[in-house]
Design a protein around this ligand. Sequence first.
Ligand code: FES
Length: 404
Amino acid sequence: MDDSVRLRLAGFPRERTWLLPALLAAQETEGWLSSEALTAVAEHVRVPPSETCAIATDYATFRRVKPGRHLVRVCAGLSCRLAGAADHLRALEDRLGIARGSTTPDGRVTLEEAECLSVCSLAPVLEVDGASHGRVTSVAVERLPMWFRTRRPWQGDVEASDLPQIRALGRTAQERLAYLRSHAEARIRQRPEFRFLVQGGSCGEALGAGEMLKALRLLAAMRGLDAEVLDGACHGMCSAGIVVEVQRAGWPRLTFTHLTKDIVPDLLSALVGSAPPLTRFTGVAWNDEGWRGLPPASRHPFFAGQRRLIMERCGHLDPDSLDDALLSGGYSALASVLDRQAPEDVVEQVKASGPLALSAAEWEVCRNASAAPRYFVANAEEGAPGLFADRHLMEGDPHRVLEG
Ligand code: FES
């Protein structure tokens, strides 16, 4: 074990509460948990070494055997099996000359089966060095090294002081919200003419949305287009990716599906040209009549039967933009509750809502706790393969998670 693990651990308080995060950090640093790393964690958070060892061997997330320099995991979930993942796994075993669960003799590649990787609509899925790749073909399996990369560095902790300070004027919460909205409206008027939101999040990443983002930025700049290209989120049509939403003042929002980066030049030409029909692209327009040959969302097979409530803004807003959330109605309910209801009444109301009673009880425990500061921890793990609506919401509209 080198000093980098100790350096990482130095950032954690020396309390047992930090055992799991400290183990994760140690694993992230070295790629696995050596005995020395387990001892260092135990010493740092002041627990017996047997406890770190028990946890490291109990959770499947933790790795007690050093993997190869590149880690290849083939999803063995049902959707992926049906879509041919088992064939991919056999092809990789043949190609690498190793059985699943082992590492090549030169220590270059470890090949493993994985539980559902939670992007089932993109089956079959491979994960290489921590990044998922969907709709993997046998040709892509032949070219496996193209996905090799350096493992992602540990994401630095965000300090509250790193976040922008937001000040709002007003006597009531609703007045302060109106103040924030008026400033957001002023900023939105300064935005570029075109806004492209590329399907981001887990599904978009697995389809290569990062490459689409780069291609759109490059080609828009080369054409001198007044445009911003943003890492957006998924509308819910993961399997129709790559999806890009186009927003422009005076137009309905346009959502294009099944895009590849090769088609970007044609898409830009069609958008900035003298209103040619958009019929050669698939997608929808978010109005009642449709737009230049794109059908309205109400006639699209995926959206037609839906009345979107919790996820209505997913895909339409930049998840990182508070302005987007404010101008699409975000935080209205919160402001109203802050002005009109006592905290105890809110807890009682949530308790009475039935299925949410457990979380209401948790809120009450939190409210009655005397410790400070109090932390808000959102758990996006739904615990069953193929279920990832919570993660989807967090990626697409984190403001909804905060507001409730
Ligand atoms: S079954 Fe493969 S991602 Fe879910």
